[in-house]
Design a protein around this ligand. Structure first.
Ligand SMILES: Cc1cc2nc3c(=O)[nH]c(=O)nc-3n(C[C@H](O)[C@H](O)[C@H](O)COP(=O)(O)O)c2cc1C
Length: 380
């Protein structure tokens, strides 16, 4: 399997499976590029992991993973990073035989909408059939642990980011500013800052859950405090790096920046964000660009929206494939799942965004420093 490392200077390598029914059972992340002198504790990482943790409410999977993390490398005395790679481990604890047996019973049948069919085609009979292996949402706990370190670095840079639900099925939240959304951030299970809409969304998800179904939705991501100039103009646009990071999360099916797909219905004069004076400097009257022009941050808030598909595992009988026989058979999955991914997946979105931003900052500053050295040399 390839592609378990993300980032160029600030880089995470993530390992681990849903159940890991072989010898080991856990997830780990190795983070390269962590600066020395950063205060880092298990508790700080845990705070982020607890946002993603299953088994804590009626809207998420009943799988009882405590997601207790332990930093096992890269910190010295007084819990301060040494500059060495940071390693964090999270053991899987809820891997009871009952659930493993359920997966074993259905291991030849793929779950429609899940990655099992493609895994079988790609890895053959050795693919991990238990809980979808590395195609499981469980994999994302390692990303969240890595993202917690990145967020810690960003906080020192004055960069703040949040992701939250703005739509679940046909129920939409009202538009909000960053400050308004932050005020009601994580105030309910579905993490929708419009409290009235959140109530309706949660009710709808529970109705859908009772039918053995699952619900889709839309997340918003807002990033505050990114200085103008981050991102490279051609292949490494900040928008394309964020696209890579966010579309690598299972179940994220669409991404838009600023006005996004609405640009298809706009005139140039409506779409262009006119300049104005703001707080004693240059700003924009509107933010249809979503804070990015030419793939480079323009100093305004970065605004991204993400489509989240309904959890593929459902309790409704569907046509599936018996993979070794390659014949169509019926499947009614009985395994545990989230009735909607909205109440957990935002934590992965925040983590991947933070990792991308720290990496982009390190790339930019590395380049700037080399340029400065060259200029100095030329001047001499
Ligand atoms: C945090 C998180 C939790 C998830 N939980 C489940 C789950 O309980 N059941 C399920 O079928 N899919 C779950 N998924 C979605 C699958 O991992 C994903 O749909 C699958 O790998 C197929 O990939 P695709 O939807 O991107 O095509 C979860 C994803 C994330 C990010």
């Amino acid at each position: 399997m390839l592609g378990n490392t993300f980032g160029r200077i600030f880089r995470i390598t993530a390992v681990g499976e849903s159940y890991g029914i072989g010898k080991g059972s856990g997830l780990a992340v190795i983070i390269d590029g962590v600066p020395p002198g950063l205060a880092l504790t298990d508790a700080l990482i845990q705070e982020e992991l607890d946002k993603r943790r299953p088994g804590v409410g009626k809207l998420n999977s009943p799988r009882l993973e405590t997601d207790q993390c332990s930093i096992f490398a890269g910190i010295g005395q007084d819990n301060v990073t040494t500059g060495a790679p940071v390693g964090i481990i999270i053991y899987n604890v809820d891997t009871q035989d009952l659930h493993v047996d359920q997966y074993r019973q259905y291991k030849d049948l793929c779950r429609p909408g899940h990655a099992t069919y493609c895994f079988y085609k790609k890895y053959g009979r050795h693919q991990d059939w238990c809980g979808a292996g590395r195609a499981s949402g469980r994999e994302t706990a390692a990303r969240v642990a890595g993202g917690a370190v990145a967020k810690h670095i960003l906080a020192k840079e004055g960069i703040d980011l949040i992701s939250y639900t703005i739509q679940c099925m046909d129920i939409k939240a009202k538009e909000m500013t960053f400050a308004e959304a932050k005020k009601n951030y994580r105030k309910n299970e579905i993490n929708c800052p419009d409290l009235e809409a959140a109530e309706k969304m949660e009710k709808r998800v529970l109705e859908i859950k009772d039918q053995g179904e699952t619900a889709g939705g839309v997340l918003e991501l807002r990033i505050n405090g990114v200085p103008a100039g981050l991102g490279e103009p051609v292949f490494d646009k900040l928008s394309s790096l964020l696209g890579h990071a966010l579309l690598s999360i299972g179940a994220i099916k669409g991404i838009e920046f600023g006005a996004g797909f609405n640009v298809g219905n706009m005139l140039g004069s409506e779409c262009n964000d006119e300049f104005c004076e703001k707080d004693g400097s240059i700003g924009f009257k509107t933010n249809n660009a979503g804070g990015l022009l030419g793939g480079i941050s323009n100093g305004d808030e970065i605004v991204v929206r993400l489509a989240v598909k309904p959890t593929p595992t459902i309790s409704v009988t569907q046509d599936s494939v018996n993979m070794p026989k390659m014949q169509i058979e019926k499947l009614e999955p009985i395994t545990r799942r989230d009735p909607t991914l909205l109440g957990r997946i935002y934590s992965v979105v925040e983590a991947m965004t933070a990792i991308t931003l720290v990496d982009a900052l390190m790339m930019a500053r590395g380049y700037d420093n080399v340029c400065r050295i060259e200029n100095t040399w030329r001047e001499i």
